[in-house]
Design a protein around this ligand. Structure first.
Ligand code: NAP
Ligand code: MG
Length: 403
């Protein structure tokens, strides 16, 4: 075998839980370590170790990501009551993704992996559609009340000198409901910068849509902040890259997305992104084929799969049964991180390796070798369903032939 590819800067490696932790090790053993002298700074975000460190390891891994600029993360358990019991936890620790996102102040971009043989439910979609969801505020930080008949609801804002300004929401003749939501210029600005950076990075147009015709202050503020930042900081770079920033109304965007052939980023406010990402993911076929990257406004990247730890498969694995768990999204988290590391370090060999590994894995599925979840979606004739490990070994055969 030729010499292994060398790395100059470490990747931040965040290990995780259950079936994805098993897959994580298999990917490294079968597809990475034989070819790369892998340099990582390892953080074990498995639930047991998070509990042992009082979740400090999650904070440390996020700080390391800021330092090195690129991380790859395995899916992790977000504890609920059942998990507290299962793992005998000291506390119901917070979602690691939430913690990391808050520290990096980032936006999550989700992109489907397309393969021949799996046709999106919208047949005109030829290229991936990436959804960028704003991760702060709006209805996710709301204050709500039920209002009895005869009550008057007002918005009251008290400034730092104690002066009040008021406007009436509604004079309730009959019972009803109200809700207060907020967002911050700073958070909207970070969202905009993350989106524009990601568009430049992937050389794709970016669309942004809100309901600014109806929400003339709130949604309009999003539109204005995006436009101000674009004009001041990005317009020239976009012109040079030959890509566009396109703003439209959310209803118009939905109609255009359905008619489009894909190949762009769709930036969404928090709620729109929640709903639309499920719609787009389902229409493209499978959560197991959805990649995810958290991008901070200052250009730090954390790659992961969009799915969880595939608990049901893990329990089968623990009983000694073979599973057929799809490793594509986790594998693409690794290739995404390795390619970015290569790009930042001027390491062309590492970038080329990431490209080839992705090609080899797509080729494997397109040649009819796939995990069970895809077999039911693929219209290829003569499919072979393989187990988790065999799938990775099949990729390795094709990868070895390419290198
Ligand atoms: P999940 O792990 O995404 O799995 C849900 C179901 O989707 C699986 O049972 C499986 O269906 C299918 N599936 C998902 N990924 C697959 C893959 N790679 N290959 C084949 N099938 C796949 O969601 P969950 O079971 O609701 O959550 C399990 C744990 O993951 C939870 O503790 C949750 O906190 C955590 N989670 C973590 C993240 C993250 O770290 N980013 C995200 C979401 C959830 P079948 O069983 O029908 O085969
Ligand atoms: Mg949702």
């Amino acid at each position: 075998m030729a010499d292994k590819i060398q790395m100059t800067t470490p990747l931040v490696e965040m290990d995780g839980d259950e079936m994805t932790r098993i897959i994580w090790k298999m990917i490294k053993d079968i597809l990475l370590n034989p070819y790369i002298d892998l340099k990582t700074e390892y953080y074990d975000l498995g639930l047991k170790h998070r509990d042992e460190t009082n979740d400090q390891v999650t904070f440390d891994s996020a700080e390391a990501t800021k330092k090195y600029g690129v991380a790859v993360k395995c899916a992790t358990i977000t504890p609920n009551a059942a998990r507290v019991e299962e793992y005998n936890l000291k506390e119901m620790w917070k979602s690691p993704n939430g913690t990391i996102r808050a520290i990096l102040d980032g936006t999550v971009f989700r992109t489907p992996i397309l393969v021949k043989g799996i046709t999106p439910f919208i047949p005109t979609w030829k290229k991936p559609i990436t959804i960028a969801r704003h991760a702060y505020g709006d209805v996710y930080r709301n204050v709500e009340m039920q209002i009895p008949a005869g009550a008057k609801a007002e918005l009251v804002v008290t400034d730092q000198d104690g002066n009040e300004s008021r406007s009436t929401i509604h004079d309730f003749q009959t019972p009803g409901i109200i809700q207060g939501v907020h967002n911050l210029d700073k958070s909207i600005g970070s969202f905009a910068r993350s989106c524009f950076n990601f568009a430049l990075d992937t050389k794709q147009d970016i669309w942004f849509a809100t309901k600014d015709t109806i929400s003339k202050q709130y949604d309009h503020r999003f539109k204005d902040i995006f436009q101000e930042i674009f004009d001041a900081e990005y317009k020239e770079k976009f012109d040079a890259a030959g890509i566009e920033y396109f703003y439209t109304l959310i209803d118009d965007a939905v109609a255009r997305v359905v008619r489009s052939e894909g190949g762009y980023i769709w930036a969404c406010k928090n709620y729109d992104g929640d709903v639309m990402s499920d719609m787009v993911a389902t229409a493209f076929g499978s959560l197991a084929m959805m990649t995810s990257v958290l991008v901070s406004p200052d250009g730090v990247y954390e790659y992961e799969a969009a799915h969880g730890t595939v608990q049901r498969h893990y329990y089968k694995h623990l009983k000694g049964e073979k599973t057929s768990t799809n490793s594509m999204a986790t594998l693409f988290a690794w290739t995404g991180a390795l390619r970015k590391r290569g790009e930042l370090d001027g390491n062309a060999a590492l970038e080329a390796f990431a490209d080839k590994l992705e090609q080899a894995s797509i080729q494997t599925i397109e040649e009819g070798v796939m995990t069970g979840d895809l077999a039911s979606l693929s219209n290829l004739p003569g499919k072979t369903v393989v187990d988790t490990e065999t799938f990775l070994k099949e990729i390795d055969k094709r990868l070895a032939a390419m290198l």
